[in-house]
Design a protein around this ligand. Structure first.
Ligand SMILES: [Zn+2]
Ligand SMILES: [Zn+2]
Length: 464
């Protein structure tokens, strides 16, 4: 019986694997310039980290977490003694990385009194037991960043701008990207707002879906996210948070917008933008793409979560961050025809004619790789003809042939796969000759001829 990958997972192969590395590299280069340091937190944590971090009313915690048990813990579960599990035996695969990052910041005491803000970013797999669909997997990859220790609206604007620069660097066309922002208020103003939304929903209870009827008492603001058409219509006319913000929240929000304006960042205010998780305060944002993703069009989002650090056992600490979904970014890049990395072609293919030159060819291949060339070599003792075919197939334009005659004379044959021209090179000259043939020895400091117009240029620096 063939064994298949689990439902809702993907093998990252070929260009998809390259795209993941590429998107992560772009994130690293942008985030580093904003002072963010890379971290990795465990793939699984105590369930309590997520329960405290995300709230028990969220779908993620209620029904989407994969539990992890040690054999000991599993035995207790299967014997119906789940209540005997200690907290460190109740584990779950991370459904997101913010809670774990906060746990790490608290555990390692990274927030010194009077110290600078702590800026961290991560990239990796997250796990949710959802029904798999396009752009939504059970193991999916996220890239995100978190900033701890400042309540200043400039920090909110910086994080949003950093995310937009990341998207720009990936060359997603700006006209197909929407940045939505909102403020969700704070402890001073949100409870009253939340109650006014709940009261409004009670008036329309019969028209709401079952899930939203339940949300009235548990988490009314999540009804803004409901995909049900009827709920969506009713929530259109619900009270708006922007009308309910206290003076401090209003001033904070105005400052964030002012900083975005000052950098020419285009955004749309969306008073119905409510992040699904309980811990958000004040600024929230979401970035959507208009092409290629259908209904699952958000490629990233985040906001401020000033209450989260104390929820996970730290001192009260203002903080904010975002996460973005790699799979959706990849779909958007593809839909936008954005430039993506392609697999590297070999510089040279080494063809081996006969087993008596195996050892010498092994030395040659290693020497070439140690000098920085990308080298392919068939190790299956095929005929020269089929090795040339393989060289063509992997798009090597240069082949070095080593056979008994060459070995006896201390040379290799260099074959140009495009012209089929061949020449003989002494062992000692192979590196230099290859650098020349492949154009790696060009003197880039020479006076370039492309100062003149209309001629064929000797270098390719002006092609872009
Ligand atoms: Zn609903
Ligand atoms: Zn407020």
């Amino acid at each position: 019986m063939a064994i298949n990958k689990p439902k809702g997972t993907e093998d990252l192969l070929g260009e998809d694997a390259l795209t993941w590395v590429y998107v992560r590299d772009v994130a690293e280069s942008v985030f580093t310039s904003y002072g963010f340091k890379y971290l990795e937190v465990p793939m699984f944590e105590q369930v309590d980290v997520f329960v405290h971090g995300l709230g028990t009313a969220t779908d993620v915690v209620r029904k989407e977490m994969f539990s992890v048990y040690s054999p000991d813990g599993y035995a207790k579960i299967s014997e119906g003694r789940a209540d005997e599990l200690k907290p460190d035996q109740r584990l779950a695969l991370r459904p997101e990385a913010t809670a774990g990052t906060v746990r790490a910041v608290v555990e390692h005491n990274l927030l010194e009194q009077g110290g600078a803000p702590v800026r961290l970013w991560y990239a990796g797999s997250m796990f949710r037991a959802e029904r798999p669909q396009k752009g939504r997997l059970r193991e999916f990859r996220q890239i995100g960043a978190e900033c701890f220790g400042t309540a200043d609206p400039a920090a909110d604007a910086e994080v949003i701008i950093m995310f937009m620069r990341f998207i720009e660097q990936l060359q997603l066309p700006r006209e197909s990207v929407r940045l939505l922002i909102n403020s969700m208020g704070d402890d001073q103003c949100r409870p009253a707002y939340r109650e006014s939304v709940a009261a409004y929903m009670r008036e329309h209870k019969d028209e709401l879906c079952e899930e939203c009827q339940r949300r009235i008492e548990t988490n009314p603001l999540r009804a803004f996210d409901c995909k049900n058409e009827a709920c969506h219509k009713i929530m259109e006319d619900a009270p708006r948070i922007t009308d309910a913000l206290c003076d401090d929240c209003k001033a904070h929000y105005e400052q964030v917008k002012h900083y975005l304006d000052s950098q020419g960042i285009r955004y749309e205010e969306d008073p119905r933008l409510v992040r699904g998780l309980d811990y958000y305060t004040r600024t929230v944002f979401e970035v959507q793409v208009t092409d290629g993703l259908g209904a699952q069009n958000a490629i990233g989002g985040g906001g401020r979560y000033d209450k989260l650090v104390e929820t996970i056992g730290g001192k009260p600490t203002p903080a904010l961050g975002f996460a973005s979904g790699f799979e959706r970014i990849a779909l958007a890049l593809e839909a936008a025809n954005a430039p993506l990395p392609v697999p590297a072609k070999p510089d040279v293919y080494v063809a081996v004619a006969g087993s008596e030159v195996s050892a010498a060819s092994f030395d040659l291949v290693q020497k070439l790789r140690d000098n920085g060339f990308i080298v392919e070599c068939d190790r299956q003792n095929r005929s020269l003809k089929s090795q040339f075919k393989l060289a063509d197939k992997c798009e090597a334009t240069t082949v070095l042939v080593l056979g008994p005659d060459e070995l006896a004379q201390g040379v290799v044959t260099l074959r140009d796969m495009l012209t089929h021209d061949q020449k003989t090179i002494a062992f000692a000259d192979v590196i230099q000759e290859l650098e020349h043939v492949l154009g790696y020895d060009e003197d880039h400091d020479h006076e370039c001829c492309c100062e003149d117009d209309d001629h064929e240029c000797c270098c390719d620096h002006n092609e872009a």
